[in-house]
Design a protein. Structure first.
Length: 307
């Protein structure tokens, strides 16, 4: 009898969409229903539970504290339901159907062109939907169920996750070519002048990896201008504004082509970041994600052999 009083997945979907978008019209568009259908579904949910979840005014949609708690719990219920369906599908044919993967900006443009073609050839039934976000946003998307897995650079505090390493990505110091005589073949962190160091803005884990590798706390406080992307930093260095840190995958992808920028390895005890595939701990799709990691690792290695 209790099952008759349970919220439906559709009702939970409507509630979560309204929380995420804060507007009935946009939430309805996201659910591919009319605004009246979404509104009616939410009223049915409130009637079923006997509580008010959303305060409605002409200008503002405001969730009650209980409404926010139920939306948060409903997010987990929806996520588990989606994973059950994906698990059943994977039992018949792994790496097939839709898979939503997050990728951070310091990896996406350099790794994906190398591996997607090979991945598509090996697993033609797999339909990847890619979402590029900074590390913090990607981890939030993972735990909210907006993506199924993320290609991330570790170490990074991403919550309760499991992961499989793909490869190590060495860090290099990039500087104008006319400074080459001042730099050794392997650059010590002590050779970097703090006020000339250009870093990515907050939100990019590569910034933290570069600073941690240098092991010079004063660099964080004294570093110069921030860039929004690695390509922006390269242009700044090319114009003589300072030096920066670049990962090897960006160099392999030709980020320094048509510039007068030189890059040499960083001399440090931990001069690299670990590229990994991460997913929510306890996910029923763990075997499928490990298979995907294996495929990504293989595709990356084959691409590296050709470079």
């Amino acid at each position: 009898m209790a099952a008759a009083y349970l919220p439906t997945l559709k009702q939970l979907q409507y509630l979560i969409a309204l929380r995420d978008h804060g507007h009935f019209g946009r939430a309805a568009d996201a659910c591919f229903v009319t605004q009246s259908t979404l509104s009616a579904g939410l009223r049915e949910l409130e009637s079923l539970l006997g509580v008010m979840l959303v305060e409605r005014t002409r200008r503002v949609v405001r969730f009650t504290p209980l409404g926010l708690s139920i939306a948060e719990k409903g997010q987990r219920v929806l996520r588990e339901a989606e994973e059950l369906a994906a698990m059943a599908k994977a039992a018949h044919q792994p790496l097939s159907g839709d898979l939503r993967m997050g990728v951070i900006p310091t990896i996406a443009p350099f790794l994906l062109p190398r591996v997607l073609g090979k991945l598509r050839a090996e697993w033609p039934e797999l339909k990847l939907f890619l979402r590029e976000e900074t590390s913090g946003a990607a981890c939030e998307s993972l735990h909210r169920g907006h993506v199924d897995c993320v290609i991330l650079a570790l170490p990074y505090a991403c919550g309760d996750i499991e992961h499989e390493d793909l490869f190590e990505d060495r860090l290099y110091v990039a500087f104008p070519a006319d400074q080459g005589a001042q730099m050794s073949a392997i650059v010590s962190p002590d050779a970097i002048e703090p006020y000339r160091l250009l870093l990515l803005e907050d939100g990019h884990c590569l910034k933290d990896h570069a600073l941690a590798a240098c092991n010079r706390p004063e660099l964080r406080a004294e570093a110069g201008m921030m860039g929004t992307s690695l390509h922006t930093l390269v242009q700044m260095v090319d114009n003589g504004l300072g030096v920066t840190m670049l990962p090897k995958m960006a160099l392999d992808a030709g980020i320094l082509d048509h510039t007068k920028v030189v890059a040499r390895p960083l001399d440090a005890s931990h001069p690299s970041r670990r590229i990994a595939l991460v997913w929510r701990s306890g996910s029923p799709r763990e075997k499928e994600f490990r298979l995907l990691a294996q495929a990504l690792r293989k595709a990356s290695a084959e691409s590296g052999e050709k470079n």
